[in-house]
Design a binder for this molecule. Structure first.
Ligand code: ADP
Ligand code: ASP
Ligand code: MG
Length: 815
């Protein structure tokens, strides 16, 4: 004999009920079965809403009642032949009439007792069980309906009644002795007290009903049929990477369900555990899937953490005071008063100093708890022995569960590390003496991030998510997206990084997709998007995702000013925008400090020399104890391009325009030509070398005609340099006469940094610097005579994009 329970989602529609019929047709061939059903779909919630409407004298309840009626009649009409429909429709209509009468009286009296509530919600299971029996009756010979209210006896604690097991088991067994039916259908959830008034077993209680029947009948197995493939390593609706657990012990399942894994109602396990009856959780919509077996079977010793669950809407109360230290009975007193007021304590922590006790309870009970505790301890509070109770709400508990956790070290380390790295603040921690459960209290807004981070740490060590947001999708940004798209599958397979672009912004709009933006048509979707880009940052922070990188591919100051906010939320920042690192020294330092504090990365290799490994090399020199004594560098690929191409047959203006068109300059070429860009780069290098310097400390010999920077637009600037062509030709002639080339050089020595145009003679290593190349020579304590030289393409969209990409991957590897 077997007991099968079908939940609300399985009973929700004609289609799903057809699936149930198929499952039952097969099962009843093998053995006698008892089938317990929940109310169809959202019926229980609708019945509760009906009562609230009627109590508020809102006559809309009539429409909602009609909806409930229509919903059930439609299923009957879909699945029952016309000649068999009348009796089931009549009995359902009668039930609806009874409901109407009850609701009418609630509406007239303006009164609703818990007793009436139970009576009304029980109609959900009454209707669904009648319906299923009528449907099956046409297909099976031996299928009866039995009313659970006649079998399950409880006390009178309405809405959450306690089962009288002795009576209940006797009634079930007596009934079964005379029951010859192959299939017995029963509604779950509902029961009755000694006066035969309707009671219910608590929300989700149909699982419990089924477990009571399984225990009383010594069933070979209890099957809970639902809408997921079993008990998952975490709620699959919140953690998409979660997997069904094959085998789990009763105790582990109990902990997980108690801490929020709704797929099984917590009290369900006790009755079957006592008789060692296995529970199998199965998916009605995918009957082939193996599901989860909850039993006494020896667990896989290697699997330490079995699952993670959470409870929302938690309040934390802290009772503290010097008067509690070493005084007997404070805790007893506290828990007694909570118990006497039916306040359920979910978690307790007490520091060994006994100076404070922290308890977690449901938000809905917080006010009552606060009042009764303050009242109970009023004298101690008055005498200053205990402080008035401190209450924090909108919290959640996350529980990490596994039988084998006790024999393994490092579980808490992994847990706290995963949370710390993602900037999730832990408000309280509790570990049960059985060490089967470690629970932490966090802010409710962090739940999704916490569950995903912890899940990834324990179950997905092989693949890490990396969520990328990109501001600026012009030339460089566009190529970066192409590179990402090409490499996505390689990164996943070879580096085990699941890189997803969740957000994009240009100067007008932004686009966000939590599941990852389709990189095949990001341009159209971004242009179509109506979301104005000033909300981009707010939305990124609001998403509160773990393992995030914000990539700044703009040259915008406002964007640079937002890094601190990202870092404070443990969102790494990768930037080719140089503004932040070349702003005030204190700001640059603060960003580095924030990155360290919030365990995020702040990477800006592309600030100097595009994709060339200049900053990285410098940082490695410094961290290995070397000291920079001198830097000489050609750091502007754009200026190098311009001076390499400028000749007596060309106009300076045309070469600048060509450099701009080919993407070698900043959007405003004056940033390059004025030397500001080079000054910023040498400043960043000097700072990386550990020297405090400001941009104004750098001597900049600009070669631009006066008025250039004041020109209103880039076009005006072009006009100005055109009219000053002779000035540029002059400089060029002088260089040629000296058999030198013009190079824009940045230097640092003895605490002084300079940038400016220099005549570079033939024998100088910079003389042959081609095209848009960069070169940097570092003289250090170790590299005294021969400098350490880094040389290569230092400008261009594609090398800059690949430099950014390398930084992004570095974040992924560090996470
Ligand atoms: P039923 O209507 O069948 O009783 P429930 O809605 O009560 O179903 O429970 C199934 C739901 O439980 C799933 O759809 C899922 O959203 C939720 N759930 C929460 N935690 C877990 C978990 N760890 N494993 C599986 N499901 C979970
Ligand atoms: N119908 C009840 C509820 O929604 C019981 C159940 O579905 O288990 O809570
Ligand atoms: Mg359920």
């Amino acid at each position: 004999m077997k007991v099968l329970k079908f939940g609300g989602s399985s009973m929700a529609s004609s289609k799903s009920i057809e699936l149930i019929v198929n499952i039952l047709k097969k099962e009843q061939k093998k053995q006698h079965i008892w089938v317990v059903v929940s109310a169809s779909g959202k019926t229980t919630n609708n019945l509760i809403e009906l009562m609230d409407l009627a109590l508020a004298k809102d006559l809309n309840y009539k429409f909602l009642l009609q909806e409930i009626e229509q919903h059930h009649i439609k299923i009957a009409k879909d699945l029952i032949t016309i000649d068999n429909q009348s009796s089931i429709i009549a009995s359902m209509k009668q039930a609806v009439n009874e409901l109407d009468d009850l609701l009418n009286s609630i509406c007239c009296l303006g009164d609703l007792s818990l007793k009436t509530k139970d009576k009304i919600v029980s109609y959900g299971e009454l209707l669904s069980s009648q319906l299923l029996q009528a449907i099956l009756n046409q297909k099976l010979d031996s299928c009866i309906l039995k009313d659970s209210k006649q079998l399950i006896k409880t006390d009178s604690n309405y809405t959450n009644a306690k089962v009288n097991f002795e009576k209940t088991i006797r009634l079930i067994q007596d009934f079964q002795q005379l029951n010859t039916a192959r299939v017995t259908i029963l509604g779950g959830f509902m029961s009755s007290n000694d006066h035969n008034d309707v009671t219910t077993l608590g929300r989700g209680g149909s699982d419990y009903t089924a477990a009571i029947y399984a225990a009383a009948l010594n069933a070979i197995c209890l099957e809970i049929w639902t809408d997921v493939n079993g008990l998952y390593t975490a709620n699959p609706q919140i953690v998409p990477q979660a997997n069904p657990i094959c085998n789990i012990s009763y105790e582990e399942a109990m902990e997980l369900s108690h801490f929020g894994a709704k797929v099984i109602y917590p009290p369900t396990i006790q009755p079957v555990l006592n008789k060692s009856i296995p529970i199998r959780i199965k998916n009605t919509f995918n009957a082939e899937a193996i599901g989860t077996l909850i039993s006494n079977e020896i667990n896989n010793q290697k699997q330490t953490v079995k699952g993670i669950s959470h409870i929302d809407h938690i309040s934390l109360m802290t009772i503290e005071g010097a008067g509690m230290i070493g005084i007997h009975g404070t805790s007893k007193h506290l828990f007694e008063v909570l118990g006497n007021n039916q306040i359920n304590v979910i978690l307790i922590t007490q520091a060994s100093s006994e100076h404070s006790i922290c308890i977690a309870i449901a938000d809905s009970e917080a006010e009552k708890a606060l009042a009764v505790i303050n009242q109970e301890f009023r004298y101690e509070i008055k005498d200053g022995l205990i402080k008035p109770v401190n209450l924090e709400d909108n919290l959640a508990i996350i529980a990490v569960v596994g039988d084998n956790m006790k024999s393994h070290q490092g579980i808490s380390g992994t847990l706290f590390n995963a949370m710390g790295r993602n900037n999730i603040n832990i408000r309280a921690i509790a570990q049960g003496a059985s060490e089967r459960n470690i629970s932490v209290v966090i802010n409710e807004t962090d739940v999704q991030k916490a569950l995903n981070s912890i899940h990834s740490a324990f179950f997905e060590s092989h693949i890490k998510d990396l969520n990328v947001f990109i501001a600026g999708v012009g030339n460089v940004g566009g190529i970066l997206l192409e590179q990402i798209q090409k490499q996505q599958s390689y990164l996943k397979e070879e580096l085990h990084i699941n890189l997803k672009v969740l957000g994009l912004a240009n100067s007008k709009n932004y686009l966000i997709n939590e599941d990852g933006i389709d990189l095949n048509n990001w341009k159209e979707n971004l242009n179509k998007s109506k979301q104005s880009n000033h909300l981009f940052n707010k939305e990124i922070l609001g998403l509160n995702k773990r393992n995030c990188v914000f990539v700044d591919v703009t040259a915008n100051e406002k964007v640079a000013n937002s890094y601190a906010d990202f870092l404070r939320n443990s969102i790494s920042v990768v930037a080719c925008n140089k503004i932040a690192c070349s702003s005030n020294y204190s700001n640059y330092q603060e960003l580095k400090y924030l990155a360290k504090k919030y365990k995020a990365s702040f990477l800006y290799e592309t600030n100097v020399g595009a994709g060339l490994p200049i900053i990285n090399t410098l940082q490695n020199l410094i961290s290995s104890g070397d000291q920079i004594t001198e830097i000489q560098a050609v750091l502007s690929g754009s200026l190098n391009f311009i001076f390499n191409h400028y000749s007596k047959d060309n106009l300076f203006k045309n070469i600048v325009k060509q450099a701009q068109d080919e993407g070698y300059t900043e959007p405003d070429p004056r940033i390059d030509l004025s030397g500001i860009d080079v000054a910023r780069k040498i400043l960043i290098l000097v700072r990386e070398a550990g020297i405090e310097l400001e941009i104004n400390d750098i001597n900049n010999d600009s070669f631009l005609p006066s008025g250039s920077m004041e020109a209103k637009s880039v076009n005006d600037f072009y006009k100005l340099i055109k009219s000053n062509e002779s000035q540029f030709k002059n400089v060029l002639e002088k260089a040629e006469k000296a058999q030198s080339k013009l190079k824009y050089v940045a230097t640092y020595k003895n605490g002084k940094a300079n940038v400016g145009l220099q005549f570079i003679p033939k024998d100088h290593p910079f003389y042959n610097l081609e095209g848009k190349d960069n070169i940097v020579s570092f003289y250090t304590k170790r590299y005294v005579d021969q400098p350490l030289i880094i040389k290569g393409a230092g400008a261009g969209a594609s090398v800059t994009a690949s430099g950014l990409f390398a930084d992004i991957i570095q974040v992924g590897n560090l996470n």
